[in-house]
Design a protein around this ligand. Structure first.
Ligand SMILES: [Cu+2]
Length: 118
């Protein structure tokens, strides 16, 4: 009986953690795609799996020298993506996007990825 109880609670714990992980909002796609080499993009877009809180969601664009590029970000009307238009055309080189969001469930998350402008 003890053994049965143990396996039931272990299964419940697994199910709970799987549900919690699934519930977290995550980055589903981006333009440019992570690690892509592209022509200078006029607009950068990050799409998330669920709604985010505009006041606490945005991203920074950093060049290979570590300098932040001026960019104004905004959250879409459906609150599932963030777009930003660089203040000037991006020069060739490698760039990193550092994003931060607050999800509807109150969790804050951050992440980053890089792309290259040819
Ligand atoms: Cu969450």
């Amino acid at each position: 009986m003890k053994r049965i109880l143990y396996s039931i609670s272990a299964t419940a714990a697994l199910l709970l953690s799987a549900t919690a992980a699934y519930a977290h909002v995550h980055l589903v796609s981006s333009t440019p795609v992570a690690n892509a080499t592209v022509a200078a993009p006029a607009r950068l877009t990050l799409s998330f799996s669920d709604t985010i809180v505009p006041a606490f969601s945005g991203f920074d664009l950093i060049n290979s020298a570590g300098t932040a590029i001026a960019i104004r970000t905004s959250v879409s009307e459906d609150r599932k993506s963030i777009s930003g238009v660089p203040a000037q055309q991006l020069a060739a080189g490698r760039y990193t996007i550092n994003w931060r969001i607050a999800a509807g469930d109150g969790h804050r998350m951050t992440g980053s990825f890089a792309f290259t402008v040819r």
